[in-house]
Design a protein around this ligand. Structure first.
Ligand code: TMP
Length: 208
């Protein structure tokens, strides 16, 4: 079997600017001659579609069920034999995912015990390990202003209180995973080009 692709994950609270930065990084990676596949969680698969409806408020559920759905969507994301992450990485394709396991740990542990959330994700955690998690950090006030631009309604977690709690959870996790996970924190309040440069500085070593 050939060399495996690299797996890079973007994390951050809602409104942190992940989408723009993922597109810029993908372009950089491709310019360096690597094949790059962009993906996201919640996925476009069956569980991910249900999750999108829960987040939009058109399907009502509770936070424990949501945590279980995020874990199920992740397993499908990893394992499905059409465009699953394991398949892509085994084919030597590098993958950038907009959110992964730390999103569940941070967002769901605001309401659901973290150890249970981790237990739900233990199978996924054992399957693939990101080369790095890029956390784009912005304060929840700035995030809410960005979200308000060009939107008619807010999704489930898009309120300042929840984003503040979630951001705090992310930083708790970074302390907990220091030394075991490669977590890169980027100041997301800088201009788009500077954020992109900082990200490239942190990951170009994988694409030489
Ligand atoms: P997005 O806005 O980045 O597309 O993410 C959708 C929302 O889903 C966002 O509010 C974060 C939330 N989310 C979780 O709560 N847990 C998860 O595991 C994931 C992947 C997303």
């Amino acid at each position: 079997m050939g060399t495996k692709g690299h797996f890079i994950v973007f994390e951050g609270i809602d409104g942190s600017g992940k989408t723009t930065q993922i597109d810029l990084l993908k372009k950089h990676i491709e310019e360096n001659g690597f094949i790059c596949y962009k993906t996201k969680e919640p996925t476009d698969g069956p569980v991910g579609s249900l999750l999108r409806q829960c987040l939009a408020g058109s399907v009502q559920t509770d936070e424990m069920t949501l945590a279980a759905l995020f874990a199920a969507d992740r397993l499908d994301h990893i394992l499905n034999n059409q465009n699953g992450l394991l398949k892509k990485l085994d084919e030597g394709i590098s993958v950038i995912s907009d959110r992964y396991i730390l999103s569940t740990y941070a967002y769901q542990s605001v309401r659901v015990p973290l150890d249970w959330v981790m237990a739900l994700n233990s199978m996924a955690a054992g399957k693939i390990h990101p080369d790095c998690h890029i956390f784009i950090d912005i304060d929840p006030g700035t995030a809410m202003k960005r979200i308000a631009k060009g939107r008619t309604g807010n999704e489930l977690f898009e309120n300042e209180k929840r984003l503040t709690e979630t951001r705090n959870k992310y930083f708790d996790l970074f302390r907990q995973f220091k030394g075991t996970e490669n977590i890169i924190i980027i100041d997301g309040t800088q201009n788009i080009q500077k954020v992109s440069d900082d990200i490239w500085q942190s990951v170009y070593k994988y694409f030489l």
